[in-house]
Write a protein that binds this ligand. Sequence first.
Ligand SMILES: [Zn+2]
Length: 326
Amino acid sequence: MAPPTKRPRVETDEEMSDDSSDSEESLPEHSSKFWLEDGNIVLQVEQTLFRVHGSMLARHSEVFKDMFSIPQPSKPQGAMVENCPVIHLSDAAEDVEEILSIFYDNMKAVDRREIPASMAIAMFRLGKKYQIDYLSEEALEAFRKDYPTDLKFWDPVSDTIITGARVALIKLAHELSLRTVLPALYLDFVSMNGLSDIFERLDTDILKTVVTGRDRLILHLQQEKCRYIIQIIQNKPAIFCCDSAECKSRRVNAFEELSLWRLWDGNMPHDLRVWTEAGTKLPRQVCSSCKKQIRIIFDKVREDTWEKLPGFFNLGRWEDLEDDIP
Ligand SMILES: [Zn+2]
């Protein structure tokens, strides 16, 4: 979907100006996307005015349905803009615009395999607040699919649904205690961002958890590397090793170079995705039995690390994680 466009500045009715006691504040502006000439309700969200249809809002949201079912006085009270009553909403204008796009532009038009993070967040927040259940449920399903609790669902990278801002997602999951999605979300974030970016992009309340978790993750992987490398140096890893001097000399080096413990850009840990031949170029001198054995170690470390992941980020154990869904 297109990024929000800059909204044109427009004159507003006197009633609106009267409503605003802070004369220093800028006047609300018509939404460039949702100012529908035959709309009968104006939503004021921050400094944006959306002119839409009350019946359409009531159709999607129980909260609006209840609001409009209250008999209205014959002489309208409160602020009016172009003969439409004004309803103030305490949400973010961008979020409301995302939701209105879903209502008016038909959500089916959106490619469901790719929901921008901003839209998923708006769907969840406003879906909950205005009791538009299908929106919040769909968003939650997308969060859980992208950030699973089970390692086998973490692997298919190409199945990603949510695209874009991870920071906003972390804030949402943190704020609403969506604990089941947090471990994979944190892992994804620390493996994609260096330390300076993490400090720059996260708020202090989340920062400590993320930096501590990242530190524990790196430390754990380094310890695992040391543990297994001793095995590889001292013994041959595979029973059926060809025992050639070449395999012996190269397999230690190859093991050290595994992507699992390599710190990308000097400080970003591995995201625990599955072994790929392309990402793990074991030299041809390493015999096939040893290659197989190194692969087994890779998988084992990956599984153990995933198991410990919630603990690294102070979330306890996977089996105890629950989402606080309001
Ligand atoms: Zn070998």
